[in-house]
Design a protein around this ligand. Structure first.
Ligand SMILES: Nc1ncnc2c1ncn2[C@@H]1O[C@H](COP(=O)(O)OP(=O)(O)OP(=O)(O)O)[C@@H](O)[C@H]1O
Ligand SMILES: [Mg+2]
Length: 346
């Protein structure tokens, strides 16, 4: 149910690869908390939440999971339902157009079930407001008729837990946010965690790979498990093309080079973004619109996919006046930082 044109899931690529990656996502998805690497804080809190609710025989509080694409939000939702031992119904913000769409899903749930709404920032107002009484007291309010003669009919719903995921927490309204009993932010993984994820995936996919190649793939993966899995698979393809069984560090590095990914995981578009800010805006501040036009990318994609990683690497800073690149960005581009860049903004 993803809509990759307006809500990017990851670095855009051709549709056949996207389908391939979805199969890969499913095959490699951890199904227990113990298999889920990193995100220790969210994992610990969630396992306590699940354990306590199970003991009390109650449904869990509603849960909001947010953070950049591909870090494991959907995976966590499935794990929660599995560990709790009840069913999970999956939908997404963009798929729910009318109040009736969410109404029919809610009435179809069984006691204790989970409802997972992906890309929850894309819910419209009518659907969001239908969710309020449902989240608060398991009640579905249906308005019959119009104007003065309109009546509200209340339907009792089964006890359910909403798990909502978003890459854009800032777009959620305060009343909606405040209805979640628990909210977790997933952060980018660190290098040792990424290496564990690559090693785990290699094992599951039966890919012989040397430790140096694991670390090269991990380093090029934008601290993001989905990208690590994708790059691992490309490295395996390249090894096969070269008629070798094993992914050596040489094979991994060459495969990454062929994909246009440099040693710190930057792609052509990342470099283009930094170059545009350096050359057209003297290092910044540069507005998102102008950057998007110059690199021929959607604004959403730049904000959701490219910038978080550039910021994490300390190459780019978002300020209220626009985007600025740092001294490290100039170094990475092999360019001289101009003296007259607005130092006060850095
Ligand atoms: N903590 C983890 N340990 C191991 N593998 C992981 C972990 N998190 C994610 N993955 C892998 O990355 C893939 C992508 O994760 P997932 O689909 O849950 O991300 P997401 O945050 O929901 O992304 P999106 O925002 O695009 O919906 C999973 O299929 C899984 O293989
Ligand atoms: Mg997801």
């Amino acid at each position: 149910m993803s809509n990759s044109s307006s809500s990017p899931k990851n670095i855009p690529r051709d549709p056949s690869q996207e389908a391939d990656d979805q199969v890969l996502d499913l095959a490699l998805r951890p199904s227990k908390f113990e298999e889920y690497i990193g995100q220790e804080n969210a994992k610990k809190n969630l396992s306590i939440l699940v354990g306590a609710a199970k003991k009390r025989g109650e449904a869990l509080d509603h849960i909001l999971i947010h953070g950049p694409a591909g870090l494991g939000k959907t995976t966590l939702a499935y794990i929660i339902a599995k560990e709790f031992g009840t069913g999970i119904r999956i939908t997404s913000g963009a798929a729910l157009e009318k109040a009736g769409d969410i109404g029919s899903i809610l009435t179809g749930l069984t006691d204790g079930d989970f409802l997972f709404i992906d890309e929850v920032h894309r819910l419209n107002k009518a659907v969001e407001e239908t969710l309020y009484p449902a989240m608060e007291n398991c009640s579905l309010d249906i308005i019959i008729g119009k104007g003065n003669s309109a009546k509200t009919l209340q339907i009792k719903l089964p006890r359910f837990t909403l798990i909502a995921a978003t890459t854009r927490i800032s777009l959620l309204s305060n009343p909606f946010r405040s209805r979640f009993g628990a909210s977790y932010k997933l952060d980018f993984y660190d290098q040792p965690e990424m290496e564990k994820i690559v090693a785990r995936s290699a094992k599951l996919l039966n890919i012989p790979i040397v430790p140096d190649a694991i670390s090269a793939v991990a380093k090029a993966s934008r601290f993001t498990p989905r990208i690590a899995n994708r790059l691992l698979k490309r490295a395996r393809d390249y090894a096969q093309f070269k008629n070798t069984e094993q992914v050596t560090d040489k094979i991994a590095v060459e495969a990454l080079e062929l994909l246009g990914i440099d040693e710190i995981g930057l792609e052509n578009t990342d470099r283009k973004i930094m170059e545009v800010i350096a050359k057209n805006f003297n290092g910044g501040p540069a507005g998102l619109k102008s950057i998007a036009a110059a690199v021929a990318e959607e604004e959403d994609t730049i904000e959701d996919v490219y910038e978080p990683y550039l910021m994490r690497l300390g190459l780019l800073i978002r300020t209220s006046r626009g985007r600025i690149i740092t001294e490290s960005a100039y170094k990475h581009l092999g360019m001289e930082k101009p003296d007259n860049q607005q130092a006060s903004l850095l």
